[in-house]
Design a protein around this ligand. Structure first.
Ligand code: NAD
Length: 352
């Protein structure tokens, strides 16, 4: 089922390219693919990712890293059988600082990676997001729900970018018979999430460990469903090896369907860290969705996948990691700031 099971990629060992490989999810995915015997090339411009996320992989002779921007730099020349396309700023703070870059990486970057996949006859797996559902009017969200997104809203650089990436990948599949797989990732957490980038779980953990007030947006009754990183990675690899015909041109939700209020998560973190922090309610950002919960029926049926790590267990592991790293964190969010007029400060909030 989830993490901890026998490798599902046995017999599929091949060469993978992971874009965004130095990011939170990308670095865990590279690690898992290497463990499964793949030859892995990661490409990342380190705009929100970090070299230290993949430092331990440098020793592995089956791992290669290229620091490059997939929007404009040459893509690696190594042969590749599967492209896992994860490159994209993913936190509201990051994509609000990099709005044009975010739209570019979902459009230009995705197009360039699709062209590469076509030339290599490689499988192309797109990491999309639950944000394509916007502020959902149906609950939970199944893949058939087309979403409720404002194309000029405060998060549109991210959610419309991903919607475009999904459309582009889908039509590449249909027109060129490319093996395209789309996963819609719901909020995921775990070690290596930046403690500074404003996402709820790492922010609460950082504040609780430092004894600062834990800042909850609004009254905190808005809900989220948090998936632990090892479960998500298991879903990604299963998605990459499932028989192509079974996917049937459809995206697949990957996330944990257990829904909690943001306030409850904040209280749990304060308790698990034995912190004296109080909860402080702050203004809720515009565009912050009210409810988020994946319908994972399709992932269950298609991949035999469902999350196995419960929230308390996952939070304990994340807190343990955060304790060991918190004093090494940079003071500012690790987001490379653009120098041009594309810099903005729109729609900051929390997605996960
Ligand atoms: P992250 O910011 O840690 O990773 C993204 C990586 O992409 C970073 O290392 C960044 O430096 C790199 N990148 C950005 N633009 C690039 C470019 N032009 N060229 C090369 N590299 C570039 O974020 P993450 O949480 O690991 O997210 C990974 C993917 O998963 C993203 O596509 C995101 O949209 C998706 N996702 C994540 C979550 C979540 O909860 N973490 C939820 C839904 C979807």
């Amino acid at each position: 089922m989830g993490s901890g099971s026998e490798s599902v990629t046995e017999g599929h060992r091949s060469r993978a390219l992971v874009t965004g490989g130095a990011g939170f999810i990308g670095s865990h995915l590279c690690e898992r693919l290497l463990d499964d015997g793949w030859i892995v090339t990661a490409i990342d411009n380190l705009s929100t990712g970090r070299g230290r996320n993949i430092a331990a992989l440098a020793e592995n002779e089956r791992f290669t890293f290229h620091q490059a921007d997939i929007n404009r730099d040459p893509l690696p020349a190594e042969r590749v059988d599967a492209i896992f396309h994860l490159a994209c700023p993913a936190s509201p703070i990051a994509y609000s600082r990099l709005p044009i870059e975010t739209l570019e990486v979902s459009s230009v970057g995705t197009r360039r990676c699709l062209d590469l996949a076509l030339g290599e006859e490689a499988l192309f797996l797109l990491a999309s997001t639950s944000e394509v559902y916007g502020n959902p009017e149906v609950h939970p969200q199944a893949e058939t729900y087309p979403g409720n997104v404002d194309p000029v809203g405060p998060r549109s650089m991210y959610d419309e970018g991903k919607r475009f990436a999904e459309a582009l990948a889908t039509w590449f599949g249909r027109v060129h018979d490319l093996d395209v797989r789309i996963v819609r990732i719901f909020n995921t957490y775990g070690p290596r999430l930046s403690l500074q980038d404003g996402r709820a779980v790492p922010s609460f953990i950082r504040q609780a460990l430092l004894g600062e007030p834990v800042t909850v947006h609004g009254d905190g009754v808005q809900s989220r469903s948090f998936c632990y990183i090892s479960d998500l990675v298991e879903g990604l690899v299963r998605m990459s090896v499932v028989e192509r015909g079974r996917i049937n041109d459809l995206p697949v939700n990957l996330g944990n369907p257990v829904e909690r209020s943001v306030l409850e998560i904040a209280r749990t973190i304060v308790s698990l860290t034995d912190s004296a922090s109080t909860i402080r309610h702050v203004e809720r950002p515009r565009g912050d969705p009210d409810r988020r919960r994946p319908d994972i029926t399709r992932a269950r049926e298609l991949l035999g996948w469902e999350p196995t790590v419960d929230l308390e267990q996952g939070l304990r592991m994340t807190i343990e990691w955060a304790r060991s790293t918190i004093h090494d964190e940079p003071r500012q969010a690790p987001v490379e700031r653009p120098s041009r007029s594309s810099r903005g400060d729109y729609g900051r909030g929390r997605s996960g």
